[in-house]
Design a protein around this ligand. Structure first.
Ligand code: CO
Ligand code: ZN
Length: 343
C-alpha cells in the first residue's frame, strides 16, 4: 500500500500530470519493454506480445483548480475548477498552491457561524464564492503566485478499518491496479499497453488521442465507481458495495461494455474465485467511452474499484476489492487472446 499512498498524495490536476507521471515511470521502468510519453502527456508502457493489442487505461489526473485571480490588496486567491466538485466538500479544507518557486499551503476559509445571518446559513455554497488564504500580505502573494498556477487539495492517505482513504483515489487506485498488474504479467500472448491518461476529469481527452494512436483491439479502463452503501441511500441505489469485489461495468453514460468481454470476465472471475459485482452507473463515464470510439472502434470494458465519497478528500475503497481488481486484470490479460468477441 506504500505505492498507493505515494500515488494518492501526489499532485496532478488535468493538464499538469507531470509528478504522477514520473511516479508511474519509476514504478514500471524495470517491469516493461518500452515507456514513452506522447504530446498530450499520456504515459504509455508496453509489455510486448504477438497480439491481440490491448490498451489498459487509468487516468493520472485528479480534480483540482487553477488560480484565477490574486488580490493585490489582501492576498486572497480565487480559483477556477477543473473537474466536477461538490462545493459543500470544499469548505474549511487545506490546499496546495503549486507556484514556480515551489508549493505553498493555502486555506479555503469561510465566515464563522457566529456572524452568519439566517439568510446566509441557508445559502448554497458556490465555487465562485470560495477564496484561498495563503497567509501572505497582498504584495507577497502577488509576487509568489501567478494566474494559472495549479491548486490541489491536501490530504494524507490513511488506512481506515478494512478500507484505505485519501484524496484522488479517483483514479490513483486505478493507476495502482494497472501498475501492479503490469508488474505481475509475464509471457502473455497479448501485446499490452498500460496508458496513464491525462485530462480524463475534463472530458476523457488523453484516452481519445492515445487510443487513436494505439488502435487497440481491446481496451480496458480502470477507474473508481460509486459505492453508495451508506445511510440515506436505498439498497437498489447502491450501484456497488464495498468489500463485495471488483466491479465489472455494464454501462455508464459514456460507454456500454462489450458483451463478449463482460461474459469472459465473469467466466474468469468465477473460475479463479475472484469476488466481483456487476455495475450499472446511471451517470458518469470513464476512459472506456473515448477508447470505444477511437478509429473504427475497440471492444471495451471498465473494471471499477467501488469507492465511497467519490470526488471528496475522504474517498474510501476496500483493500479486498483493490486486490480483486488486480487479480482479475492479470488473469484477463493472460487469457484475453482466447476471448470470443463475436456479437
Ligand atoms: Co473522477
Ligand atoms: Zn475517475
Amino acid at each position: 500500500m506504500e505505492l498507493l499512498r505515494k500515488l494518492s498524495e501526489a499532485s496532478g490536476i488535468p493538464g499538469r500530470e507531470e509528478e504522477i507521471r514520473e511516479l508511474i515511470r519509476e514504478a514500471l521502468a524495470e517491469h516493461v519493454d518500452e515507456i514513452s510519453v506522447d504530446r498530450l502527456g499520456n504515459l504509455i508502457a508496453r509489455k510486448k506480445g504477438p497480439g491481440p493489442k490491448v490498451a489498459v487505461a487509468a487516468h493520472m489526473d485528479e480534480i483540482g483548480f487553477l488560480v484565477s485571480h490574486v488580490d493585490e490588496k489582501t492576498g486572497y486567491l480565487r480559483i477556477e475548477p477543473l473537474g466536477g466538485f461538490d462545493p459543500r466538500t470544499l469548505i474549511a479544507k487545506r490546499v496546495t498552491v503549486h507556484t514556480r518557486a515551489g508549493p505553498l499551503v493555502g486555506l479555503i476559509g469561510t465566515k464563522p457561524i457566529h456572524i452568519l445571518t439566517e439568510e446566509e446559513k441557508k445559502k448554497k455554497v458556490e465555487i465562485k464564492d470560495l477564496f484561498v488564504d495563503l497567509g501572505l500580505p497582498g504584495e507577497k502573494a502577488k509576487e509568489a503566485v501567478r494566474v494559472g498556477d495549479p491548486v490541489t487539495l491536501r490530504q494524507s492517505f490513511s488506512e481506515v478499518g478494512e478500507l484505505v482513504s485519501g484524496k484522488a483515489l479517483d483514479d490513483r487506485v486505478g493507476v495502482y491496479v494497472g501498475i501492479e498488474a503490469m508488474r505481475r504479467l509475464s509471457g502473455q500472448q497479448a501485446d499490452v499497453y498500460f496508458v496513464g491518461t491525462v485530462q480524463e476529469e475534463v472530458g476523457l481527452r488523453g484516452a481519445r488521442t492515445s487510443a487513436f494512436a494505439l488502435a487497440p483491439d481491446i481496451a480496458v479502463a480502470l477507474d473508481v465507481t460509486l459505492a453508495c452503501d451508506m445511510p440515506g441511500v436505498q439498497e437498489h441505489q447502491h450501484i456497488t458495495r464495498l468489500g463485495e469485489g471488483v466491479a465489472i461495468k455494464l454501462k455508464d453514460s459514456a460507454s456500454i461494455s462489450h458483451p463478449g468481454l463482460v461474459r469472459f470476465l465473469i467466466e474468469i472471475a468465477e473460475e479463479e474465485k475472484i469476488p466481483y459485482q456487476l455495475e450499472i452507473l446511471p451517470r458518469g463515464g470513464t476512459d472506456a467511452g473515448a477508447m470505444q470510439l477511437a478509429r473504427e472502434g475497440a471492444a471495451v470494458v471498465t473494471l471499477s474499484v467501488p469507492t465511497r465519497y467519490v470526488h471528496s478528500v475522504v474517498e474510501a475503497a476496500h483493500k479486498k476489492d483493490i486486490q480483486a481488481a488486480i487479480d482479475l486484470l492479470v488473469a484477463f490479460l493472460a487469457r484475453c487472446h482466447q476471448a470470443d468477441l463475436r456479437l
